[in-house]
Every structure is written in structure tokens, then in C-alpha cells.
Design a binder for this molecule. Structure first.
Ligand SMILES: NC(=O)c1ccc[n+]([C@@H]2O[C@H](COP(=O)([O-])OP(=O)(O)OC[C@H]3O[C@@H](n4cnc5c(N)ncnc54)[C@H](OP(=O)(O)O)[C@@H]3O)[C@@H](O)[C@H]2O)c1
Length: 400
């Protein structure tokens, strides 16, 4: 038996513990404690944004040293919910960033949206291992994030299933011999819908993903295929791959997560059942492997693996993301910010499903400096804020 003691002694912080990835992370930790011993994978801090009830319940079970709620108005509620546990409570945006900077061996970044950027950078600055589920922070601040990474001792282990898959089959040493890296997309709930039918798609239909159980925002991103667009940009920055070497193929079964094709004609693929606990367990134990509660692959049961080209006309968000990847500057920042605003408006019933790409495209068109690179975090945050203001105005014009 390999000695997993150093891996299992790792102290973990989970940012965004009440979300879909956060809950799955705690499930992996809970399983490891049953499998290897109650003391393994001690937890330093858990953070959430507003869900005090779930955060307190998690903290009572998993016993972190700190529990942090982003919404500062909920501090008293959290403190009361943790009374008698000895777990320290904190609140506010700064406290979430500080949680990432507390001593720990691995920080799981599972906050939704660009709000993860500053906490992720705080973890990178500390030189700890970053298990990166959040993709928006890499999309919004790719160059700034990569520069910070180059200056730190941090290892980033991608948790997004496709990037975790690339990380596992792509050898950096073979970088020049790689001809293509292909990300797979399930195609989402509207894969076979006509544009006419998509026009009246409801939020409930958009979040009903056929293969994955995820938070509302990423579920809508999967339905528009913006998720795959964001992932192409994420792959570009994380693996230093130019747009020409990145590709997407629709694979409805979500079993193959990436394909890496080499100059000699070999293509290496990564397969697993669609269960985020697999990449989470991989990221927590890397470079070793631990037992996890994830569903295991049963190929005879899957029976068929099929692939088709994506439809860029019905799924214009993918096309827009590809354009931003080629354009550079802060256009990915603008794309991401406008998309976050548009998805929120769609989920609140203020705009229609097909308005999402329209809001993103109009915001990009109306943003005068989208082609200009931001040299600093402040520049990225300013571009992000300007794009959000513009996108909110575009949404108001389109309101249903
Ligand atoms: N879900 C998946 O299967 C999956 C797969 C690949 C990648 N990802 C990526 O992982 C990230 C998380 O996705 P998810 O589906 O787990 O999201 P989610 O279910 O919506 O959970 C988001 C988490 O972030 C917290 N949060 C939200 N806004 C925040 C803010 N402004 N400041 C601090 N914390 C905030 C939430 O707290 P409250 O609960 O208190 O609101 C919650 O804990 C996203 O970037 C997504 O693209 C997810």
C-alpha cells in the first residue's frame, strides 16, 4: 500500500463550501475520513456568501477552525449558529479573502463568478496549492492571474472536469508536439432544440442539465454553451495554448472529458463517469490518488460514445467567446462580466434565453476599450465593473 500519510494530513480551505462544488468537496473529505480515519484532511476554513444555515451545519459537521460568511450583515446570525462549537466566525468580503490567506495546504476555490478572483489571488500569493474549480477568475483576469502564478510557488490543479482531464493527460514537456486539445461539451438541455423553441426556454428548463448537477449560473452557461467558451479561454491561459490548438466537440454522454492530439497521430483521452467528486478527489490528493465516493465508469452500461460538431449559430455564446479569445485585451473580462449580468437577469425572468448572447454581444460592441490589455488587477476590476454597468443598461433595454 502506498503511504498516503502526507496527502491525508493536508489542511484544506473550501471557498464557496455551500455551493455544488463546495458540497461535493465536503463529501470527498467526509468519505476520506470514514475510509482512512476521522482525523484526515483537517479543514482550516469554510466560506459562503449568504447561506448561514448551510454553512453553520457544515461547520458543525466538518469542524473547521473558521467559518466565514461574505455578507457582513449576517455575522450575528453566523456567530449565534456556531455558539459553543469553538469555531471562529467572521464576515465580509475581506474576511473571505483573508480565509484564502490563512495557513492551509490546499485552497479549493469554488466561489461562483468573478467574485472568486481576489480570494484566488490571495491563495496564489501565499504559495499554497490551489484546487481551482472557478473558471471566471481565469477568464476575467487571465494574464494577471498567470503573472501572479509565475511569481509564486503555487501549483494550480484545475478542478473543472475538462481542465482536470487535460492536466492528467497533457505533459507540459510535450507542449510543442501537441496539435490539438479538444474539450468535450454535453450540449446541455437544449442540444436538439430549434432556435424557435429556445426563444421561450424558461430558467427551470435551462438549469435542468441532463448529466451534471450544478449551481444555477453554470447550468445556464451549459445551456447557452457559454460554459464551453469560458473553458476554452481558461484552457488557453492555464495550458498556454493558442486559440488555433483548441477545439470543442459535442459529446452528449459526458464520459470523455478531453482529447489531446499529438503530431504523430496519437490522441490521448480522459474518461470518467460525470461526477465532479472525481476531479475534486484528484485535486485534493495530487500527485497521489485517494479513494473517493464518486460514481465509477461502467462502459457496457454507457454502451455508446458519440461526438458531433457544435452548432455556432444556435449557440452564439460559444462563437462570442472564441472571438474574444482571438481578440485578447480585456474582451474576455467584458464577455464574462456581461454574461454574469445577463444570466442573473434571465434567472430572474427579466430577459429571455436568447437575449443572453445579445446582451453579451451588445456589451462587447459598446465597450470602447475591450481590445486593450489590463496590466494590473485594478485595471481588470475596473474593466469588469464598466462592463457590468453597460450590461445592466443593455438588459434594461431588452426587458421582457
Ligand atoms: N457545479 C459544477 O459541477 C462545476 C463544474 C465545473 C466548474 N464549476 C465552477 O465552480 C464554481 C462554483 O460553481 P457551483 O456550481 O458550485 O456554484 P454554486 O452552486 O452557485 O455555489 C457558489 C458558491 O459560491 C458562494 N458565493 C456566491 N457568490 C459569492 C460572492 N460574491 N462572494 C463569496 N462567495 C460567493 C456561494 O455561497 P451561498 O451559497 O451562500 O450563496 C456558494 O458557496 C463556478 O465558477 C463554476 O463555473 C462548477
Amino acid at each position: 500500500m502506498p503511504d498516503l500519510t502526507p496527502v491525508l494530513a493536508r489542511r484544506i480551505t473550501v471557498l464557496g463550501s455551500t455551493g455544488s462544488i463546495g458540497v461535493s468537496t465536503l463529501d470527498v473529505i467526509g468519505y476520506a475520513r470514514k475510509f482512512y480515519g476521522a482525523e484526515v484532511l483537517p479543514v482550516e476554513a469554510l466560506t459562503a456568501h449568504s447561506n448561514v444555515k448551510e454553512l453553520a451545519a457544515q461547520a458543525r459537521k466538518i469542524k473547521p477552525r473558521f467559518a466565514v460568511i461574505g455578507d457582513s450583515d449576517r455575522y450575528a446570525e453566523l456567530k449565534a449558529a456556531l455558539a459553543g462549537t469553538g469555531i471562529e466566525a467572521a464576515a465580509g468580503r475581506k474576511a473571505v479573502i483573508e480565509a484564502a490567506a490563512h495557513p492551509s495546504d490546499t485552497v479549493m476555490v469554488a466561489i461562483m463568478g468573478a467574485a472568486a478572483l481576489e480570494p484566488a489571488l490571495a491563495a496564489v500569493a501565499r504559495g499554497t496549492t490551489v484546487a481551482l474549480a472557478n473558471k471566471e477568475c481565469v477568464v476575467a483576469a487571465g494574464s494577471v492571474f498567470c503573472r501572479a502564478l509565475a511569481l509564486s510557488k503555487s501549483d494550480v490543479i484545475p478542478v473543472d472536469s475538462e481542465h482536470n482531464a487535460i492536466f492528467q493527460v497533457f505533459r507540459a514537456a510535450d507542449h510543442d508536439e501537441v496539435e490539438k486539445v479538444t474539450l468535450t461539451a454535453s450540449g446541455g438541455p437544449f442540444r436538439d432544440w430549434t432556435l424557435e423553441r429556445m426563444r421561450s426556454a424558461t430558467p427551470a428548463e435551462a438549469v435542468a442539465h441532463p448529466n451534471w448537477s450544478m449551481g444555477a449560473k453554470i447550468s445556464v452557461d451549459s445551456a447557452t454553451l457559454m460554459n464551453k467558451g469560458l473553458e476554452l479561454i481558461e484552457a488557453h491561459f492555464l495550458f498556454a495554448l493558442p486559440a488555433e490548438k483548441l477545439d470543442v466537440v459535442v459529446h452528449p454522454q459526458s464520459i470523455v472529458h478531453c482529447l489531446v492530439s499529438y503530431a504523430d497521430g496519437s490522441t490521448l483521452a480522459h474518461l470518467s463517469a460525470p461526477d465532479m467528486r472525481t476531479p475534486i478527489a484528484h485535486a485534493l490528493a495530487w500527485p497521489r490518488r485517494i479513494s473517493s465516493p464518486s460514481r465509477k465508469l461502467d462502459l457496457p452500461q454507457v454502451a455508446q460514445l458519440t461526438f458531433q460538431a457544435p452548432d455556432h449559430e444556435r449557440f452564439r455564446c460559444l462563437k462570442l467567446a472564441l472571438e474574444c479569445l482571438r481578440r485578447g485585451g480585456v474582451s474576455p473580462t467584458v464577455l464574462n462580466a456581461a454574461n454574469e449580468i445577463a444570466v442573473e437577469a434571465f434567472l430572474q425572468g427579466r430577459i429571455g434565453f436568447l437575449d443572453i448572447p445579445r446582451v453579451v454581444e451588445t456589451t462587447l460592441d459598446e465597450c470602447p476599450d475591450a481590445n486593450v490589455e489590463a496590466e494590473s488587477l485594478e485595471g481588470v476590476l475596473a474593466a469588469d465593473e464598466r462592463a457590468r454597468v453597460l450590461a445592466r443598461a443593455v438588459c434594461r433595454r431588452m426587458m421582457v
